[in-house]
Design a protein around this ligand. Structure first.
Ligand SMILES: *Cc1c(COP(=O)(O)O)cnc(C)c1O
Length: 234
């Protein structure tokens, strides 16, 4: 795997999707999803010009981050358990996976204790898949007032994981719905929400056409993920 080559070709594909949608390629951030990847892969991605890394488990991130160059910026993209909130507040510069009011309140308390404010995205389960985390669109809108009043959380936008499909065109409505939901949240907030985190290796071009500002790419960047050795608990 030549990560620098992959970055170059992904940047071309991002630029082409932006061109189709009449967007500036600078409006799309390429996040490297480094879960299950070793520090060497992170170093290679940094050398190829990437700065923003996504991890989905606190425990793995806690072990890996100290082994990586300090210029890397880390964001949480996986389901966060309440007993991991304290570490998450210390480790990450953004938490994209805030999926309930209870979690938001817990994070707010830990930020308070750490005298920090945390940029967050709310994760929405747009397609209503039972296997996925994320709050339902109706719940997000119903709780948005309360969420937006948590003083230590800075709401930057929304995140979603589309259903897995070999035909990305089929998940276009999911991305479109997340963009519409962002508009509804902006109305409630009376302020703009800059970020739509949507699109992964198999569907990022369609996501960009629908307005993604941050695409989360793992496999397309690093190749197939090495399997984790530890048991699947976090
Ligand atoms: C693993 C993961 C990704 C990256 O998936 P790829 O298909 O390898 O690009 C993106 N977002 C989230 C939330 C993930 O857990």
């Amino acid at each position: 795997m030549d990560i620098a080559e992959n970055v170059a070709s992904l940047r071309e594909r991002i630029a082409a999707a932006c061109a189709r949608a009449g967007r500036d390629p600078a409006s799309v951030t390429l996040m490297a999803v480094s879960k299950n990847q070793p520090p060497d892969a992170v170093r290679a991605a940094l050398d190829a010009g990437l700065a923003c890394f996504g991890e989905s488990r606190v425990q793995e991130a806690k072990a890996k981050i100290p082994l990586c160059p300090g210029r890397a910026r880390w964001q949480m993209i996986g389901h966060l358990q309440s007993n991991k909130c304290r570490d998450a507040v210390a480790l990450f510069s953004m938490i994209q996976s805030v999926d309930s009011l209870a979690l938001a309140q817990e994070l707010n308390q830990h930020c308070e204790k750490a005298a920090k404010t945390m940029p967050v995205l709310f994760e929405v389960n747009v397609a209503g898949e039972a296997s996925k985390f994320g709050c339902a669109p109706a719940a997000l809108l119903a709780q948005f007032g309360e969420l937006s009043r948590l003083p230590r959380l800075e709401i930057h936008g929304l995140m979603t994981i589309a259903p897995h499909t070999p035909t990305p065109e089929r998940v276009r409505p999911v991305f479109r719905r997340l963009r519409e939901l962002r508009g509804e949240c902006e109305q409630l907030l009376g302020a703009p929400l800059p970020h739509l985190s949507m699109g992964m290796s198999g569907d990022f071009e369609v996501a960009i056409e629908e307005g993604a500002t941050l695409v989360r790419l793992g496999t397309a960047l690093f190749g197939p993920r090495p399997r984790r050795e530890e048991p699947a608990v976090d």
